[in-house]
Design a protein around this ligand. Structure first.
Ligand code: CA
Length: 222
C-alpha cells in the first residue's frame, strides 16, 4: 500500500516516516500544500495523511481541489486539538477520517487500515482468499494456518492483490502501489516478486494474464 503524507512539521514527518515504514507502507512526503496537491493529483495513493495547517495552500483547500478533480483516495486529516470547526471544514471538503494532534502511532495505523479496507470494499480486518489469510495489522500471512515468511515488498504486493482479489491488476498499477516515488522502479522486479510469491503461496494462486497483468485467484476446489 502506498501512502502520501502532507505535513510541514519535520519532527512529525520523521515520526510518521518511521511508523508508516515499519507498518509496511511505501511513503511519499510533501512539505507544503502545493507539493502535496501535485503529488495527490498525479500519483495513485491508497491512502493520504493530510495536515490542515500547511504553507502555500492550506489542507482544506488541497482536499477540495483533489475532490473537485475527481480524486477519490481515502484521506485522513490531522487537526489541532479543540478545533472542531477545522474538523467540520475538513469533512465538508471530503475527508474520510480525522485524528487530533498529538496522536498515538497505533491509532493512526488502525485508522489507516480501516480506510484502506473500506476503500477496497472489505468490512473485516483480515484479508482472506481460500486458505490464504493475511493480517495487515500484524503483517503476517498464513497458508492453511501455516505462517509464510515474506519480505516487505512481497507483503505489499500480496496485500494489494488480496484487496483486489479476482481482478486483473495491470503491472503498472502494481508498480505504482508498492513503491514510493524515489524507488528505482524496474518493472522486471515485479515479475521476480510474483515468482517468489508463487513459490510461497502456491503456483496456481496468481495468474499471469498476458499483456494485461496479474490476478489473484482462489484455488479450484478438489
Ligand atoms: Ca502544520
Amino acid at each position: 500500500m502506498r501512502c502520501l503524507v502532507v505535513e510541514d512539521d519535520p519532527d512529525l514527518r520523521r515520526q510518521l516516516s518511521r511508523t508508516l515504514n515499519e507498518a509496511g507502507y511505501a511513503v511519499d512526503f510533501a512539505k507544503d500544500g502545493e507539493e502535496g496537491h501535485f503529488l495527490g493529483d498525479t500519483e495513485p495513493y491508497d491512502v493520504v495523511v493530510l495536515d490542515l495547517g500547511l504553507p502555500l495552500i492550506d489542507g482544506v483547500s488541497v482536499l477540495e481541489r483533489w475532490r473537485s478533480e475527481g480524486r477519490t483516495m481515502p484521506v485522513l486529516i490531522l487537526t489541532a486539538r479543540d478545533r472542531w470547526s477545522e474538523k467540520v471544514a475538513g469533512f465538508d471538503a471530503g475527508a474520510d477520517d480525522y485524528l487530533t494532534k498529538p496522536f498515538h502511532a497505533e491509532e493512526l495505523l488502525a485508522r489507516l487500515r480501516a480506510l484502506v479496507r473500506r476503500a477496497a470494499g472489505h468490512a473485516t480486518a483480515a484479508l482472506e482468499s481460500g486458505d490464504l489469510r493475511l493480517d495487515p495489522r500484524a503483517q503476517r500471512a498464513t497458508v492453511n494456518g501455516n505462517p509464510i515468511k515474506l519480505t516487505s515488498h512481497e507483503l505489499r504486493l500480496l496485500t494489494y492483490l488480496m484487496h483486489h482479489e479476482g481482478r486483473v491488476v495491470p503491472r503498472s498499477e502494481l508498480i505504482e502501489h508498492i513503491y514510493d516515488q524515489d524507488f528505482d522502479r524496474d518493472s522486471n522486479t515485479i515479475e521476480v516478486f510474483i515468482g517468489r510469491l508463487r513459490k510461497k503461496i502456491g503456483q496456481n494462486r496468481i495468474n499471469t494474464v498476458r499483456g494485461l497483468g496479474y490476478q489473484l485467484v482462489k484455488p479450484e476446489p478438489e
